[in-house]
Design a protein around this ligand. Structure first.
Ligand SMILES: CC(C)(COP(=O)(O)OP(=O)(O)OC[C@H]1O[C@@H](n2cnc3c(N)ncnc32)[C@H](O)[C@@H]1OP(=O)(O)O)[C@@H](O)C(=O)NCCC(=O)NCCS
Length: 139
């Protein structure tokens, strides 16, 4: 059975970084071995949800927010061997539960249908600026 946990208190950082390495998450920081940066980022986050199979983190996601107006969702990831079992949706539901905010996110190329099924719509004027080059930006 999958257990969802809120917050960073119980996080096994090795397991979290390992999971994000499998899905190449947190803007590539996991694959680049930047575990300390990931830990700092998650500790500075408004809301973190992790999904566990016994002692292993199998999925996670987080919301960067002021708690009043906006909630920006990032780093939704589920280990490939656990995908398509409802865990991604479970993480999203726990992140948004009890929040009355404008939720925003940028999807990966593979996840647009996943977010579409959760009721997210394409934003007509969304723009982003990355710290380096990105295949997600138009010219
Ligand atoms: C995107 C991701 C988080 C989805 O997690 P998941 O646990 O497999 O998703 P769920 O099982 O909760 O799926 C919920 C619904 O979305 C659908 N869905 C999930 N991933 C999908 C995909 N890649 N393409 C189309 N539909 C998808 C499921 O079929 C399910 O549909 P249903 O409600 O009709 O049965 C997961 O595939 C992942 O980690 N991908 C790699 C990392 C990534 O791209 N993350 C997004 C960062 S923005």
């Amino acid at each position: 059975m999958i257990e969802y946990k809120l917050g960073t208190k119980d996080i096994d950082w090795t397991s979290l970084v390992d999971m994000y390495t499998e899905v190449d998450g947190v803007i590539g920081l996991a694959r680049a071995g930047q575990a300390d940066k990931i830990k700092k980022a998650f500790l500075n986050t408004y809301k973190v949800v992790t999904a566990w199979d016994n002692k292993t983190i199998v999925g996670a996601g987080r919301m960067i927010s002021d708690g009043e107006c906006y909630g920006w969702i990032h780093d939704i990831g589920v280990r490939p061997s656990y995908q398509k079992k409802g865990i991604g949706k479970g993480i999203m539901d726990h992140l948004m539960e009890g929040e009355h905010l404008l939720f925003g996110l940028t999807s990966s190329f593979v996840a647009e249908e996943f977010y579409d099924k959760l009721g997210f719509k394409k934003h007509k004027t969304a723009m982003a600026k990355y710290p380096g080059p990105s295949t997600y930006l138009e010219d």
